[in-house]
Design a protein around this ligand. Structure first.
Ligand code: FMN
Length: 259
C-alpha cells in the first residue's frame, strides 16, 4: 500500500472508456473486503457502473461534480451515528489505495448532494443517508510517483518527539487527500501511541468543512494504518477517554507494536 500512497493523487481527467470487466470484478471484491473502522455502523458502498447516472442527474445543480466527469463512481451511504464519517473515510481510502494499485485513478467528491434526489435514483437502505462519492476510471495520464505535494510541514501536524522509525508513517498521513486540501489532522505522539485529533488550520474553511473534515480524519487514519501494517506493526485502534487539546478535537488513538 505504501507504493499506492506515493502514486495516488486526485484524478480529474479520465479516459473515455469503461474499466474492464475483470477490474470491475476486482473492485467488487475490494469493496467487500475493505476493513471497517467501526463494524457496528451500518453502511453501504454502491458501485455506480453507469457514471452518466451521476453526471446527468447532478448537472447544473452541482458544478463541481460535472467538473470531474468519470466513467464510474462509488457512492457511500451510512447510518448517522457517532464516528460514521471517520468510518466512511477509513473504508473509502482503503478502496482508493487498492484501486490505485490496479492503475485506476480516483477522486473523492464531497460537495453536498440533495438526499431526496439521490434517493430517487439509487436504492438507499432504510435508516441510511447518502454521504459522499468517489469518481474512478482509467486516468488520462498514467499514475506515477508524486514527488512534490502542496502540504503543511510536519511540524504543523505533530506534537511530541518523532522517533525516526515512525517518519514513513507520518509522511503517509501527510500524503493523504483531504477536502480542499485542508489537512485537518494533528498527531500527538507519545512513544508508540498516536493520538489523532481534528484541527482545521484554516479559519475560512473551518465551518464549511465541519463534517467533511471527519471524513478526512478517517482517510488519514487509513494511510497511517495501512503503512504501519506494511512496516510490520500490529495496530490497536481505540477511543480513549481523552480531552480535546486546545482547538483540536480528539478522535481516536492508534497503538503500534512490532509483531
Ligand atoms: C473528503 C474529500 C472531498 C473532496 N471533494 C472534492 C471535490 O468535490 N472536487 C474535487 O475536485 N476534489 C475534491 N477532493 C480532492 C482534494 O481537493 C484533494 O485531495 C486535495 O487537493 C489534495 O490533492 P491530492 O488528492 O491530489 O493529493 C476531495 C477530497 C476529499 C478527501
Amino acid at each position: 500500500m505504501m507504493q499506492a500512497i506515493k502514486l495516488r493523487k486526485s484524478i480529474r481527467k479520465y479516459k473515455d472508456v469503461d474499466v474492464s470487466p475483470e477490474h470491475l470484478q476486482n473492485i467488487k471484491t475490494i469493496i467487500n473486503g475493505a476493513k471497517h473502522l467501526f463494524n457496528n455502523i451500518p453502511m453501504e458502498v454502491l458501485l455506480i457502473e453507469d457514471g452518466s447516472k451521476i453526471t446527468d442527474t447532478f448537472k447544473g445543480l452541482i458544478s463541481k461534480y460535472t467538473k470531474v466527469k468519470a466513467p464510474h463512481y462509488l457512492a457511500f451511504t451510512s447510518e448517522i451515528q457517532e464516528g460514521h464519517l471517520e468510518n466512511i473515510g477509513f473504508i473509502g481510502e482503503e478502496i482508493v489505495l487498492m484501486l490505485t494499485e490496479l492503475g485506476i485513478g480516483t477522486c473523492w467528491l464531497g460537495s453536498a448532494i440533495k438526499q431526496d434526489l439521490f434517493k430517487t435514483i439509487f436504492t438507499v437502505k432504510e435508516n441510511q443517508n447518502y454521504i459522499i462519492l468517489i469518481a474512478f476510471g482509467y486516468p488520462l495520464e498514467p499514475l506515477k510517483p508524486v514527488t512534490t505535494r502542496k502540504r503543511f510541514d510536519k511540524s504543523k501536524i505533530i506534537t511530541g518527539a518523532l522517533d525516526t522509525q515512525y517518519e514513513t508513517i507520518v509522511q503517509s498521513i501527510i500524503d493523504a487527500p483531504s477536502a480542499i486540501n485542508s489537512q485537518p489532522w494533528k498527531l500527538a505522539i507519545n512513544n508508540n501511541k498516536f493520538d489523532l485529533f481534528l484541527e482545521n488550520k484554516n479559519i475560512l474553511t473551518k465551518k464549511i468543512l465541519k463534517d467533511t473534515n471527519h471524513i478526512d480524519i478517517g482517510i488519514g487514519l487509513s494511510h497511517l494504518y495501512n503503512s504501519a501494517i506494511e512496516l510490520g506493526y500490529k495496530i490497536e485502534l481505540k477511543k480513549a477517554s481523552h480531552k480535546d487539546m486546545g482547538n483540536s478535537e480528539y478522535i481516536i488513538s492508534a497503538i503500534l507494536n512490532k509483531n
